[in-house]
Design a protein around this ligand. Structure first.
Ligand SMILES: [Fe+2]
Length: 217
């Protein structure tokens, strides 16, 4: 997805600038640092978010809420064509949190509305037993408007994010290039379980392939 004609002008400028700069920065650390420096200005730009939310309420073509993502409250704002990064917006209900999960890329997350809660976990088993994972809660962070936090890929960035406020909240995530894995891992800490979580699109493809194989037998 390149820039959409209905994208707010300031967001278009940001997407173009980040695309140019991130393509030049080769190290993950440099890319994360760049986005950490850049993201707060976008988060403080309430005009952009009012425009995005108004477009959604009006049923406009951008942002495209018909496109299913990994999480129900996740809306894709921009996917760089290479694709070295994406920008996503999560609209959280009061006090709603995602399940505990890992990531397929680095990510810089921040609050564009309200207090965003981040609970971070450390995986203490070695991953050798199928479907089993043992986690310890490591840290709980609350991001005020404009504040950011970093998540790393796989076991380095297990967390849950959500809304620590009594009103709707908006989290913006900038994710880096994806590693080759078609799922993320979702954790059930109480029962020491780990599951594969697929996007609705991938899930339907896998189900179709499974049904097709029955036809061919
Ligand atoms: Fe996350």
């Amino acid at each position: 997805m390149s820039v959409h004609p209905k994208m707010p002008d300031e967001l278009v400028c940001i997407c173009k600038r980040w695309s140019q700069i991130l393509a030049k920065l080769k190290e993950q650390k440099e890319r994360i640092e760049y986005i950490q420096n850049e993201l707060p200005a976008l988060l403080h730009n309430s005009g952009v978010f009012v425009e995005l939310l108004s477009n959604i309420v009006k049923g406009g073509r951008y942002p495209d809420i018909r496109q299913p993502q990994m999480f129900d409250d996740e809306i894709l704002l921009y996917l760089n064509t290479q694709p070295i990064f994406s920008i996503r917006m999560f609209i959280y209900e009061p006090l709603a949190y995602t399940p505990i999960h890992d990531h397929n890329s680095w990510g810089v997350i921040g609050s564009a509305l309200g207090k965003i809660g981040v609970v971070k976990y450390v995986r203490v088993d070695d991953g050798s037993v199928e479907d089993y994972a043992r986690l310890h809660q490591a840290e709980r962070v609350t991001l005020a408007l404009g504040e950011t936090d970093v998540a790393l890929p796989l076991d380095q960035g297990i967390h849950q994010t959500g809304n620590a406020d009594g009103h709707a909240g908006i989290m913006v995530s900038v994710y880096g290039r994806l590693i080759r894995r078609v799922y993320i891992q979702q954790f059930d800490m109480e029962n020491n379980k780990v599951y594969r979580r697929y996007s609705p699109r991938v899930k339907k493809k896998l189900l179709a392939a499974e049904a097709l194989s029955v036809f061919k037998e």
